[in-house]
Design a protein around this ligand. Structure first.
Ligand code: CP
Ligand code: NVA
Length: 320
């Protein structure tokens, strides 16, 4: 059954959707983006309300969901731990029961994945993961769309999902929520992730939730991980919630800065991505993130277009 027409779907991790559903979402994101760029009104979510729950800070996730929902004709309720009963120990199950009676869709940014799973289990409406300690699926959705725009889109905007097949994505840095989600995407969409992390910060395939160990290869040397890569990507050394480890991480990650030498080992036309916020001089050199191979600003903007396609899919099913 289609979402929005019976069976309710959540988007809690990347592997919740199949490859053909991603093909649909990317098609829709391209159409929705084109309309936005042409100032064409597209308001299929009139009278629908999105609740956004933030237990961690955000710039991109908040702006992209909020602006996206308004552009689609809907409205938004913004909740944080500090200004709701969530911060005063109301059980997550009760919060889910109450909030989901009043809105049509919920986006949550929180700590443990188990918390968003508990919310979804008691929600009457679709729940979207806006980042947990373990996963960041909306970001990888935007990253893949950005890659496709650069390598698999013709002049008319038609998408070729095959452009992802057999590609190499170099992950340089922490074995964190972003790395886990890249692994899930590789398994579903048929590419390989070359992962290089400092010792003690490796990806855990069980936490990542992958079955096929061939979807990634581990490299001790971050430079080797970049050899022949189609895309080099990284993230902050210290994710939200791990701030107490900041000094230890700065020491451990000193050699995991994506610099020009690393980019030179990737393919000549390799792209650079970073989910942002970035720390120039830590995980990435300024001349890489601000250089010609970097697509980070498109990547950030694309959060909004892919999430509009995602909300459309979860609420209205397959359109087009
Ligand atoms: N990339 C990302 O999720 O950014 P924010 O933390 O600003 O939402
Ligand atoms: N890994 C980072 C991503 C921020 C968008 C974090 O969890 O803080």
């Amino acid at each position: 059954m289609k979402p929005g027409q019976g069976l309710m779907r959540h988007y809690l991790q990347f592997k919740d959707f199949r490859a053909e559903e991603y093909a649909h979402l990317f098609d829709r994101a391209a159409i929705i983006k084109r309309r936005f760029k042409n100032y064409e009104r597209y308001q299929p979510l009139a009278d629908r309300t999105l609740a956004m729950i933030f237990e961690k800070a955000s710039t991109r996730t908040r702006v992209s969901f909020e602006a996206g929902m308004y552009q689609m004709g809907g409205s938004v309720v913004h909740l944080t731990t500090g200004d709701s009963q969530l911060g005063r120990a109301e059980p997550v199950e009760d919060s889910a029961r109450v909030i989901s009676r009043m809105v049509d869709i919920v986006m949550i940014r929180t700590f443990e994945q188990s918390k968003i799973e508990a919310f979804a289990a008691h929600s009457r409406v679709p729940v979207i993961n806006g980042l947990t300690n373990e996963y960041h699926p909306c970001q990888i959705l935007a990253d893949l769309f950005t890659f496709i725009e650069n390598r698999g889109m013709d002049r008319r905007g038609a998408i070729d999902m095959n452009c992802l097949k057999g590609r190499v994505v170099a992950w340089v840095g922490d074995g964190n929520n972003m790395a886990n989600t890249w692994l899930q995407a590789a398994e579903i969409l048929g590419f390989t992730v070359h992962v290089s992390t400092p010792s003690g910060y490796e990806v855990d395939p069980v936490v990542a939730g992958i079955k096929n160990p061939a979807c990634y290869r581990v490299f001790k040397d971050p430079r080797e991980a970049c050899d022949g890569a189609d895309l080099v990507t990284t993230d902050v050394w210290t994710s939200m919630g791990y701030e107490a480890e900041n000094e230890a991480r700065k020491a451990a990650f000193a050699d995991w800065c994506v610099d020009r030498d690393m980019m030179a080992r990737a393919k000549g036309d390799a792209l650079f991505m970073h989910c942002l916020p970035a720390h120039r001089g830590e995980e990435v050199a300024a001349d890489v993130i601000d250089g010609p191979q970097s697509v980070v600003w498109d990547e950030a903007e694309n959060r909004m277009h892919v999430q509009k396609a995602l909300m459309e899919y979860l609420l209205l099913g397959r359109i087009g």
